[in-house]
Write a protein that binds this ligand. Structure first.
Ligand code: 4AD
Length: 456
């Protein structure tokens, strides 16, 4: 269907020329001699005003004024008030009628209400802006790594190993309810893969294998977590970007994470000015200034041990008490980034007991070379580490955790055949989108959120 994207018309309006546009009716106003409607085709946050001049006896289809109706409109592009382009309609074709029960009416709907209709909420201004920012952020991530000699690697979503430890993995099975097996072993042997399989919580282990060949890689795909966390920042299916870098130690990993974030946020500010102004106005006043501030200053860095001291001396009453050895909760993370540093901050060198088996063991025997990036408003958006590259130390850490070494023989081979210092991190893509847009619930930055008890 030949037509021009609204985005193209707004970018370079050829006043006086005839154009054809398509879209859905967002608002309409009718009077005796003239009617106005606003059309949106999704390519732009701005709507195109269509003027239907009825004075010359011209007839337009009555359905064209109904909200949600889809139209093809041809007419002359003219300069409206304040130089804004609008179209004087000559011909209107109704592509699809929309009855009055269309749930997206003119008023501003709550995000909670919109969550009940994921199939339609893409047609609101909020999701128009969220989806475009997501798209531009994703492109900026690819561009950042591609420009720096990283190879984009696709790691498996179905896995036989449980990368991060017990409990969080969705099981993949083709066997429905059955009571014909004597035990779990028999059951799994009969299943599709002949062994227990699940959806991957992270592409890291396979990413490490690729990095041990290609040097610098990144993955960008869905990860799945079956944690029962019904919070504004947890999804059961989230998009995960994980670079893995050979010949790199913890300070290198931190440097790359900061540089990459600054690049992608700078790109969104540059490429999505309308969307960012929308979020600044409707979601977080001062958002654009906050992001500009972020990309023009160095992020903070603090060790876990020092962070615990700051929290204990804060005089704050936390719901979860603070002691060296505890995992940092969102309230602690936010206190550190919002009250102490007032900016993004890397927390490093966590106790080994609360982190994964693969992290490089520090000389103190108590901590590992882990890093989390905490940002104001959201908390943790990045988790990473230098990896343990020493075969014996890695085996010892796995044994301490009672892990089955046979399942990880491929992973251990990396430490036998030309092991090198290496590391990487995982960025939760939706958490980044939350941070960049000021949208405070993760369910509102992905079109079809999957959370505990919700898979619509
Ligand atoms: O800290 P995590 O669990 O680290 C890993 O998975 C490592 N394998 C990463 C690596 O070193 N390659 O997860 C990384 C990030 C978190 O910081 C968070 O932003 C996001 O993934 N994340 C989630 N996002 C939404 N919903 C969830 N349930 C998430 N769990 C983690």
């Amino acid at each position: 269907m030949k037509h021009t994207d609204l985005k193209e018309i707004f970018a370079k309006p050829a006043f006086g020329e005839d154009v054809t546009v398509c879209g859905w009716v967002r608002t309409s106003r009718d009077s005796k001699n003239v009617a106005f409607l606003e059309l949106n085709d999704g390519t732009s946050l701005k709507h195109m005003q269509i003027v239907l001049d009825k004075a010359e006896g011209k007839e337009f289809p009555a359905e064209a004024l109904k909200l949600g109706t889809s139209l093809k409109v041809s007419g002359q592009l003219v300069e409206g008030r304040n130089g804004v382009p609008e179209i004087n309609a000559k011909e209107i074709t109704v592509l699809g009628n929309c009855p009055a029960e269309y749930p997206l009416q003119k008023k501003r709907h709550t995000l909670e209400f919109l969550r009940t209709m994921p199939h339609l909420r893409g047609r609101t201004n909020t999701f128009n802006a969220v989806l475009r920012v997501r798209s531009v952020l994703a492109e900026a991530i690819h561009q950042y790594f591609q420009d720096r000699n990283y190879v984009y690697v696709n790691t498996p979503l179905i896995t036989g190993s449980d990368c991060e430890g017990a409990g969080e993995m969705f099981q993949v099975t083709t066997i429905g309810y059955s009571d014909q097996y004597k035990n779990a072993e028999e059951y799994y042997a009969d299943d599709f893969f002949g062994q227990r399989a699940g959806l991957s919580v992270s592409g890291q282990l396979e990413g490490e294998m690729a990095a041990m060949a290609m040097g610098k890689i990144y993955t960008f795909g869905p990860s799945f977590r079956a944690e029962n966390s019904n919070t504004p920042k947890h999804l059961a299916e989230f998009w995960h970007m994980e670079p893995e870098i050979a010949f790199a130690e913890l300070p290198d990993i931190i440097e790359i994470a900061e540089d990459m974030l600054k690049h992608v946020i700078g790109t969104v500010l540059e490429k999505c000015p309308q969307e960012m102004a929308f979020f600044d106005q409707h979601f977080e006043n001062g958002l654009i200034d906050r992001l500009k501030e972020l990309i023009s200053h160095e992020f903070g860095t603090v060790t876990y041990t020092e962070a615990i001291r700051l929290l204990k001396e804060s005089g704050e009453e936390f719901v979860y008490p603070v002691e060296w050895g505890v995992d940092l909760q969102t309230e602690h993370e936010r206190y550190i980034s919002e009250k102490v540093f007032k900016k993004a901050v890397f927390v490093t060198d966590y106790p080994k007991e609360i982190k994964s088996f693969y992290m490089k063991q520090n000389a103190d025997g108590k901590t590992v070379a882990a890093v989390d990036l905490l940002v104001p408003g959201v908390g943790e958006i990045i988790g990473g580490s230098e990896r343990e590259a020493d075969y014996d130390k890695l085996v010892a850490a796995m044994k301490e955790r009672g892990m089955n070494l046979d399942q990880y023989s491929d992973y251990l081979d990396l430490r036998r055949f030309g092991s090198v210092p290496h590391g990487g991190f995982g960025l939760g893509f939706e958490r980044l989108v939350m941070y960049v847009t000021g949208v405070s619930n993760i369910r509102d930055v992905i079109l079809f959120p999957r959370t505990v008890g919700n898979i619509r």
